[in-house]
Design a binder for this molecule. Structure first.
Ligand code: NAD
Length: 323
């Protein structure tokens, strides 16, 4: 097990939701952190003001990536165009999610990089025939985003096999929690529902709400990612990061009505193009065994912490307005 204390760690997409949580945790572990982010959806304010190096730039900028990557021992690659952007503009998605990943791998090849962790997505499973989803189940790619995330994953594994590059990949399933900015139009369903309820509006469910997801609390996802960055057994492997619990969007909305204490019935609207997955829940057995990781935060507890955080953010915003 490699310790991250004192290591030089590059977090791409480090100003985003997951990236910023990784950065804060790494800083607590005593790592020397650099963030490379083009601030497409990320914000500088998501990160501590001092104690890290921030480079505003794109993973698509090959000369920049070639200069920055070899100065680091560990790369956590969380920069990506998200599913909504990707569906609207597959070329932009292709350039960042595939081209940017290839730039990183090429820059790391032949350098002293000791580990790269690629943040993939459970989107690669598409509409499965059986549940829960295992890492080696057949994949079905229903969106350009799923294609690009899987291509990035395959490039990582090809660089592991062909050049011995020390990579691991995590497939995240619907991460939520404090730090997920509801003002970001592409953010997840939890933050959007809480924001609506606080504003006295109904949470808007796309479709009939019977679609299910495996909602993963941010701290659990961070822990799994850092284990993938340090465990010997993670090399060349892909790991599901979820909870193994299947929750429908209707159940989620009901839980949030209860947690916020705002008694507003959800509203329903048309299904979006990006919502073409009916059911999803991942099997976390391999991750549990190989990384000795288990998710610790239940959905009820995670939602409680998220609602608290969004409440305090809303309070500080309104205090700032009246000051
Ligand atoms: N949040 C989830 O539920 C979830 C689920 C599955 C996979 N993922 C993956 O996790 C990673 C982080 O996602 P997130 O939820 O934090 O999203 P996010 O949009 O908050 O973060 C992505 C970050 O990448 C940055 N970025 C985008 N394009 C870039 C580029 N060309 N160069 C440099 N930086 C760039 C953005 O500015 C942002 O800070 C992504 O790889 C995503 O595919 C997330």
């Amino acid at each position: 097990m490699m310790t991250l204390h004192g290591r030089r760690v590059l977090v791409t997409g480090g100003a985003g939701f997951v990236g910023a949580a990784l950065v804060k945790r790494l800083m607590r572990e005593g790592a020397h952190v650099t963030v490379l982010d083009d601030l497409f959806t990320g914000r500088r304010k998501n990160l501590p003001a001092t104690g890290l190096e921030f480079i505003e730039g794109s993973v698509c900028d090959a000369p920049l990536v070639e200069r920055v990557v070899p100065e680091h021992e560990v790369i956590l690659h969380a920069a990506a165009r998200n599913i909504v952007v990707s569906t609207r503009n597959p070329r932009e998605d292709f350039q960042t999610n595939i081209g940017g990943t290839l730039n990183l791998l090429l820059a790391a090849r032949g350098s002293n990089v000791r580990r790269i962790v690629y943040t993939s997505s459970a989107s690669v499973y598409g509409n499965p025939r059986t549940l829960p989803l295992n890492e080696d189940d057949p994949l079905s790619l229903l969106t350009p985003y799923a294609v690009s995330k899987l291509a990035g994953e395959h490039y990582c594994m090809a660089f592991y096999e062909s050049y011995g590059l020390p990579v691991a990949a995590v497939r995240y399933s619907n991460i939520y929690g404090p730090g997920q900015d509801p003002a970001n139009p592409y953010c997840g369903v939890v933050a959007k529902f809480v924001e609506a309820l606080f504003a006295g509006r109904p949470p808007v469910i796309h479709g009939d709400g019977s679609q299910t997801r495996d909602f993963t609390y941010i701290d659990d996802a961070v822990e799994a990612t850092l284990l993938a960055a340090s465990a010997e057994r993670a090399l060349g492997e892909v790991f599901n990061v979820g909870t193994g619990v299947e929750t429908s969007v209707n159940q989620l909305a009901a839980l949030l009505v209860r947690t916020t204490g705002v008694p507003i019935e959800p509203a329903h609207t048309d299904r979006r193009d990006v919502d073409n997955i009916r059911r999803r829940v991942v099997n976390i057995e391999k991750t549990r065994r190989a990384l000795r990781w288990v998710p610790e935060v239940t959905l009820e507890e995670g939602l409680r912490r998220t609602v608290e955080w969004q409440r305090s953010e809303a309070r500080s915003a309104s205090t700032a307005q009246t000051a």
